[in-house]
Ligand binder design. Sequence first.
Ligand code: CA
Length: 225
Amino acid sequence: MRVLLVEDEEKIANAVKRGLELKGYAVDTVADSDTGLSYAVDPDYDIIILDRMLPGSKDGLDIARQARAEGQMAPILILTARGSVEDKVEGLNAGVDDYLVKPFSFSELVARMQALLRRPPVPTSSVLSYADLTLDPAKYEVARSGKAIKLSNKEFALLEYFIRHSEQILTKDMIINHVWNEDAIVMPNTVEVYIGYLRSKIDRAFPNQPQLLNTVRGFGYKLSR
Ligand code: CA
């Protein structure tokens, strides 16, 4: 899950980034509205969190409005010090999906994010599945044929990306852009290493089941039967 956080209060930005990364999200942080807009149009984000009041020529709602106008489909959550009804109506008109009034608790932010990420096109059930694999993004649980599998945060994020895009070829670049944040120095080899870890846990540990995580030579990888 890739998250964009546009927040000028450094303390909040750092705390949220650190907390979300511990939960396995890849988080990019931006501190002003103009840079924020240039990031917010990127279709690779799964969710966008915007502070309402930002330095620069725009506020959070302007970013939301313009990102939507440029086709951004990801859920957008606004952080605001104000919580009046007028603000909420204005936000809904700008294409905002939810509001969180400051000060907020980290657990409430995560709960709101998970609720937004569960919305269609993701199926109504929060548990994702492919073949005999299941992954519960809310509980951080993975199982194959009902047997629990322990994954690291990165392996979990990688598998979630594959299950959400099953039977599609995912290139190394797509994987890097999706699973790692932009500050991370990721070599194509790193992806191979993580694919190897994941394969040993979801495929090699189940020798009687078909291999699901397959290499498509010259292109990338595909979760397929
Ligand atoms: Ca602010």
